[in-house]
Write a protein that binds this ligand. Structure first.
Ligand SMILES: C[S@@+](CC[C@H](N)C(=O)[O-])C[C@H]1O[C@@H](n2cnc3c(N)ncnc32)[C@H](O)[C@@H]1O
Length: 912
């Protein structure tokens, strides 16, 4: 369940009559517990509570209902109950249907309210549904409620006005919603004269059967688009005359409204009754934009960029510097004045702005700094010099662009109230004089310089020469000359295989002819390419949230050399981190933040909240070297030749389970010759081979004389013929063979699974007997000296693979060409090789001692046996001493050394 669904369920529960016995179960249901879980609790199987009326859910909550007046005592009982601690409950909750009390046992926070109001605290229990307990999310109660109500209202309107749901009228619907949101906000913040003016007028003037609701609202919109002096001439009705002139083009164009049903009318009144003063424009905007988006509606903006994440971009990009300057200026009036002037000319540009949350936060932060300057200068009530039009955006979706604009207007008003007081804020607010400075369109096709030119006050919005100019865009001039420009945002990700034709074309347009292998790039890379091109014309810098894949594996040599060649560097970066937002399913994406600009003296690398100053930040976001690792077909440091395993492309017909293999041999002993153990990644890790049919050419006649094999060969032939892949369909490889045979061993193979869990302390690697056939889910060193196994099993190799190879989600995705062949080894002496061979043998012997434990068992980080750990430590010790004469202090030092060696080796190679 997402946050909005929980809000709806909890509000519904609070509206029902209290049922003492049922309440705990209904409460848990409202937070997304499944029927089966509730059933088990009801039956007492998993309910560990010893308190009367108590329900205890392991690791979650201990709830008890009680007789009237006993709430405080019951909460104490829950607190003292030993089972509360034993079951690691996060919350306790007591209620008698009149009073409601609860405590978060981790933070010690409590709530106490009347029963009918407990739904107001629905975010307090978000952890029950696996939703982050980040403070700002818990404080978004209003934004979630408002989104939920608007969502219901929107769906009802579309249901009864299907023509408004069609793409032709979607823009009108978006306008209509944006106008309503503005009115709700304005009536609760004194922008409109009189409390509840909009909702109250609709309620009073429209008939309860809703037949004329749309007409009443149209008249109000018409009034707000008409100057006071023109109203009489235009025949504005008396009751609409109390509304101010708003302008700002918010109410221009068609004011037609969709028709209302009784339900829609009551939803509208319901939404209007919320206290819109509490709106948080960054969060609300992100949530509400999903309402108008058929694909996103299900998640209702739960994936928006949270404020702490936005600040991870904006602080290092420019806010930290401004704050440092503020501190340096102290009470020096001249310096403060200069800083104020500087701030007023800063342009912030988000070319994938969604509902404008980055722009809103940037605006609010700049206003905060400006206000401090004003206080220090004794000018506390000075109107702001920061124009909203300095905050530019491009957004492809119409409603999001509308909301972005609205969010900025609201943010401006809230800042005015905060810093200047309500009276001045109101005096400044209407009529809105700003126009549409958020551009609707495809950011990868629009010339950024035309939306956000660095200097001058004029703007001429035009498409790139190749494309027609986007329709209906206002050309909005800047209020003041430009100073610095900062580009920021969280552009869409989309891996190359998920891109639409249009998106592929966007990237093609930017990269074709400039970059090789651009087809592998994520969509987000388009923003980095555009950003770099913008920087080549303007003294600016950019920082984007991006999928971490642009900083690993194959995308690095495609993207980053282009950016570095233009003379830019990574000025700051955040190492990969998990997305945190309102989504209850937090598996989500892993992202990085990269800041790019002209070379600076200081580069900052953020990792898990820690910031380090480093000499350079490379494209893998490792410090020390900007080296790009390119695929190599041969090992660069004399290590063994590593091949991919063998690919059957057989429709499963050459592969056998253990039972099938043994059964077949039992039936016909001749098959012994043709059936071999077969291992891929999971078989290696779990020491459980499957089997495969393996026929050498010189035994083909015999094979063909065995029915079992002949049938299978024929099945392979049919399967290849019907394959969708042309290479398989047209292959010349005979069907008795695997389609791609890279190699087999004479004596033994060192096998490395292609994808392996990131949770192990070492990469899994196994030594296998000669007759085992390895699948393409593995890499293999056939008959290579055993010291190669010591290298694969080392910490330093794991760090290299984790850095330069791609990842499958978080897991390692091994590559021979990118990870093994490129791995920089110092020149190994015979003695070094002997030492490493011994280390490898010790690892194998240690594993052997725990037979039949598998690699999966032995390398479980919680359970790794001490002797195996020691063998690995010893291996790391020996190998790392070969590099630097001692153990490395940490992974950073390991990477620094590896990049240094790599640079040395490749520059020698290039010179050669
Ligand atoms: C990951 S969202 C970020 C939006 C916002 N900053 C947030 O956190 O909610 C990416 C935004 O880019 C917009 N977008 C996608 N493709 C675009 C394009 N080609 N040009 C402009 N905007 C685009 C999407 O509609 C979406 O609003």
């Amino acid at each position: 369940m997402n946050a909005v669904e929980i809000e709806e369920a909890v509000s519904e529960l609070a509206g029902q009559p209290f049922d003492r016995e049922e309440f705990p179960f209904l409460f848990l249901e409202a937070y997304g517990n499944k029927e089966t879980t509730i059933k088990r609790l009801r039956e007492g199987n998993s309910n560990k509570s010893t308190i009367e009326g108590g329900v205890l859910q392991q690791k979650n909550i201990h709830i008890a209902t009680c007789a009237v007046g006993k709430v405080a005592d019951t909460l104490q009982l829950l607190q003292d109950a030993p089972e509360t601690v034993r079951a690691k409950a996060k919350f306790i909750l007591a209620t008698d249907g009149k009073e409601f009390q609860a405590e978060d046992l981790n933070s010690g926070e409590t709530i106490a309210c009347e029963y009918q109001d407990f739904h107001e605290h629905f975010t307090f229990f978000f952890e029950l549904a696996g939703i982050s307990s980040v403070k700002e999310i818990r404080e978004s109660t209003f934004d979630i409620k408002a989104t939920s109500r608007l969502n219901r209202f929107y769906i009802e309107l579309l249901r009864t006005n299907p023509d408004w749901a069609a793409s032709k009228r979607r823009e009108d619907m978006n306008h209509f919603m944006a106008r309503l949101i503005f009115c709700f906000f304005a009536e609760d913040t004194n922008i409109f004269n009189g409390d509840d003016l909009f909702t109250g007028t609709v309620q009073q003037m429209s008939s309860p059967d809703a037949s004329d609701t749309h007409e009443i609202i149209e008249e109000l919109f018409r009034a707000m688009d008409t100057k006071l002096q023109d109203r009489e001439a235009k025949g504005i009705r008396n009751w609409a005359n109390r509304f101010p002139y708003v302008n700002g083009q918010l109410f221009s164009d068609s004011i037609e409204c969709p028709k209302f049903t009784k339900i829609a009318r009551s939803y509208l009144l319901h939404v209007g009754k919320l206290d819109w003063q509490q709106i948080n424009p960054d969060i609300f905007g992100s949530m509400i934009q999903a309402v108008a988006d058929d694909d996103e509606r299900g998640s209702l903006g739960m994936h928006y960029t949270s404020v702490p994440n936005i600040l991870k971009v904006l602080n290092p990009l420019f806010l930290d510097d401004l704050r440092n300057q503020l501190e340096e200026a102290g009470n020096n009036s001249r310096k403060l004045l200069n800083l104020r002037k500087r701030i007023a000319r800063i342009r912030v540009f988000d070319p994938a702005c969604g509902s404008g949350n980055f722009l809103v936060i940037a605006y609010k932060q700049l206003r905060e700094i400006e206000n401090e300057i004003n206080i220090w200068r004794g000018e506390a009530e000075r109107p702001t010099e920061i124009p909203l039009t300095n905050f530019r955006g491009i957004e492809i979706k119409g409603f999001s662009a509308e909301v972005a604009r609205l969010a900025l207007i609201i943010a401006e008003y809230q800042c005015d109230v905060l810093y200047l007081g309500q009276q001045l804020a109101l005096a400044e607010f209407l009529p809105l004089d700003t126009e549409n400075w958020i551009t609707k369109g495809n950011a990868l096709r629009i010339n950024w310089l035309s939306v956000c030119p660095p200097t001058g006050t004029g703007v001429k919005l035009a498409g790139d020469d190749l494309f027609s100019r986007p329709l209906g865009q206002a050309e909005i001039d800047f209020d003041n000359e430009g100073g610095e420009t900062y580009i920021c945002g969280n552009p869409p990700y989309r891996g190359s295989s998920w891109q639409t034709k249009m998106q592929k074309d966007d990237i093609k347009l930017l990269a074709d002819g400039k970059l090789k292998s651009w087809k592998n790039l994520d969509y987000v890379a388009g923003w980095l390419l555009k950003g770099a091109d913008y920087l080549s014309k303007v003294d600016a810098s950019f920082a984007f949230v991006a999928t971490k894949t642009i900083c690993e594996g194959e995308q690095v040599p495609v993207l980053w050399p282009y950016i570095f060649k233009l003379g830019y560097q990574i000025t700051f970066a955040h190492s990969p981190f998990n997305w945190s937002n309102l989504a209850s399913n937090k598996a989500g994406v892993t992202v990085v933040i990269v800041g790019v600009g002209r070379p600076t003296s200081e580069r900052r690398l953020y990792d898990d909240g820690q910031c380090r100053l480093v000499d350079q930040i490379g494209p893998y976001l490792a410090p020390g070297s900007t080296e790009v690792i390119r695929k190599s077909m041969v090992p660069v440091s004399g290590q063994g030749r590593m091949l991919r395993g063998n690919m059957p492309s057989d429709g499963g017909n050459l592969i056998l389970s253990r039972d099938e293999a043994f059964g077949a041999v039992e039936q016909d002993a001749r098959l012994n010759k043709f059936i071999r153990p077969y291992m891929g990644a999971s078989e290696v890790v779990n020491s459980r081979p499957r089997y495969c049919v393996w026929i050498e050419k010189n035994h083909l006649d015999l094979a063909n004389s065995i029915d079992f094999l002949r049938e299978r060969i024929e099945a392979v032939r049919q399967s290849r013929l019907s394959s969708k892949a042309p290479t398989t369909r047209n292959t010349k490889v005979p069907p008795y063979r695997f389609m791609q045979i890279e190699g087999t061993s004479e004596q033994y193979a060192i096998a490395i699974p292609a994808i392996t869990s990131v949770n192990r302390d070492y990469l899994p690697v196994a030594l296998l007997e000669e007759q085992i056939i390895l699948s393409n889910k593995c890499y293999a060193l056939y008959d290579a000296p055993i010291w190669n196994l010591a290298i694969v099993a080392s910490k330093i190799h794991q760090v290299w693979i984790g850095t330069v190879c791609a990842r499958m989600r978080a897991d390692y995705s091994y590559s021979n060409t990118l990870g093994w062949n490129t791995f920089p080894l110092p020149k190994l002496t015979t003695k070094n090789k002997e030492d490493l061979t011994r280390c490898a043998e010790e690892i194998l012997i240690a594993r052997e001692r725990h037979f039949p434990a598998t690699i999966a068992d032995l390398y479980d980080p919680e359970k790794m046996p001490a002797d195996l750990k020691r063998a690995h430590e010893r291996n790391d010790e020996v190998l790392e001493r070969i590099y630097i004469g001692r153990r490395f202090k940490n992974d950073t030092e390991r990477l620094e050394k590896l990049f240094e060696l790599y640079t040395e080796m490749t520059s020698k190679e290039n010179a050669g």
